[in-house]
Design a protein around this ligand. Structure first.
Ligand SMILES: [Ca+2]
Ligand SMILES: [Ca+2]
Ligand SMILES: [Ca+2]
Length: 298
């Protein structure tokens, strides 16, 4: 499986570590029951090939002790048991990226603990320091995909005082353009999430979770001056979740999905529909417990 090689390199520094420490450990997510139920005796449909608008990433998770774990998708709508990658220190926020638009992970942006710098790390492992002190101004970094700056994945993060920052990136994180999205709504969000296309038009979209528990969809436009259309309401009741993120097309049906962690540490999959009016199906629990042990899940 090429995916083993790919994920073994997810930590960048973890290549040699794979041999000694990449031991599959006890299943934290508890996906077995869900997978069996969905299989219902028949082989699940063949997974669609990953694409830029519906990529397939592993889920990366940092425990409090900086130990880093990776969960691969299992091809049945869930995640495989976690694999330990050993310690990966100095990461405050992580955003995996697909730089060459083939739908597969090949680099990471991250905000460092030390200095709160925005950094980029290709799979070859060397860090590139992009913006010193970025993390003092912005938080909730996501890399949803290309928003208009070229095929390279662009970045969005929340800022202080009702704004969000959009960085249109060149290859290896060089800057094409940076804009601030301003407006009171941006000050109400606790978190952004998104990976690829949720509306079926091939353009990258994001969602935003506000303090009142409402989830909003921002349809991507492909424009570097106005990368999102006016928001539309997805629905309420999202405050039962303390973290939203996406690893792309979790269940392999060719549409990007959303993941949500609840207050009890369970993990829920919201399968994407590809329709802006109702972008997600009803949630399916794909991890029973344990996800709240992680300080960062991406
Ligand atoms: Ca790629
Ligand atoms: Ca879209
Ligand atoms: Ca999907």
């Amino acid at each position: 499986m090429t995916s083993v090689t790919r994920v073994s390199r997810m930590s960048g520094r973890g290549l040699s570590r794979l041999v000694t420490a990449a031991v599959a450990v006890a299943l934290v997510g508890g996906t077995a029951g869900v997978a069996a139920a969905q299989g219902s005796g028949a082989q699940a449909a063949a997974a669609k090939k990953p694409s830029a608008s519906a990529p397939v990433f592993p889920v990366g998770a940092f425990a409090e002790n900086d130990n880093f774990y990776v969960y691969e998708v299992d091809g049945k709508g869930g995640l495989k048991p976690r694999e330990a990658r050993g310690p990966w220190k100095n990461v405050r926020e992580l955003a995996q990226v697909d730089r060459d638009a083939d739908g597969r992970h090949d680099g990471d942006y991250f905000i460092s603990e030390n200095g709160r710098d925005l950094k980029f790390q290709a799979l070859t492992g060397r860090d590139t320091n992009l913006v010193p002190n970025y993390g003092y101004f912005y938080h909730g970094l996501i890399a949803p995909g290309d928003l208009g700056g070229g095929k390279e994945t662009d970045l969005v993060a929340l800022g202080k005082g009702g704004r969000a920052n959009v960085r249109f990136n060149k290859f290896n994180g060089g800057l094409v353009k940076e804009i601030q999205l301003r407006g009171a709504e941006w000050g109400t969000y606790t978190e952004l999430a998104g990976r690829g296309d949720y509306t079926g038009d091939g353009k990258t979209d994001i969602v935003a979770h506000d303090r009142d528990g409402v989830l909003w969809l921002y349809k991507g436009t492909g424009s570097t001056t106005k990368p999102f259309a006016a928001r539309t309401k997805v629905g309420g009741g999202w405050n039962k979740y303390n973290h939203l993120f996406s690893n792309g097309d979790t269940d392999g049906d060719g549409r990007s999905d959303l993941l949500a962690r609840d207050g009890k540490g369970a993990l829920w999959l919201y399968k994407g529909t590809g329709k802006a009016a109702a972008p997600f199906k009803a949630p399916v629990k794909i991890g029973n417990s344990g996800w709240n042990q992680y300080r960062v899940v991406s």
